[in-house]
Write a protein that binds this ligand. Structure first.
Ligand code: HEM
Length: 90
């Protein structure tokens, strides 16, 4: 799983938690002023949604990773290319 799919999953499931937290807060409101700590759940999940949502929003505008295999594989490929070219091994 890549970072962007993991972040999309976090956003998707946090959205369920956020709706549940808002529903719980509204249910508590029917019994008067809800306790302040109950507000932590909708606020916390909303902050997580905002962060992951802004990441997903920015994703198409960010430059693409040149080597998705990671830096170690990229270095090993680069190094073996140098081998074939006859340069000194590193
Ligand atoms: C707080 C600010 C939020 C921002 C900046 C944001 C941003 C985004 C973005 C950019 C996407 C991807 C759209 C695409 O595929 O091009 C997305 C998907 C989605 N958002 Fe949000 N979002 C926010 C809050 C919420 C909330 C409050 C909910 C639900 C209660 C929600 C539910 C979802 C769902 C279900 C998806 C689809 C996820 C998927 O395809 O797996 N988001 N959001």
């Amino acid at each position: 799983m890549t970072w962007s799919t993991a972040i999309r999953q976090v956003h998707r499931w946090t959205c369920i938690a956020f709706v549940a937290a808002v529903a719980a807060y509204m249910a508590a409101m029917t019994r008067g002023q809800p306790p302040a700590w109950l507000g932590i759940f909708p606020a916390g999940t909303l902050i997580l949604l905002l962060a992951t949502g802004l990441y997903m929003f920015a994703l198409p505008y960010l430059p693409k990773r040149r080597n998705a295999k990671g830096p170690v594989a990229a270095f090993s490929e680069w190094n073996s290319e140098n081998d074939r070219n006859g340069y000194a091994d590193l």
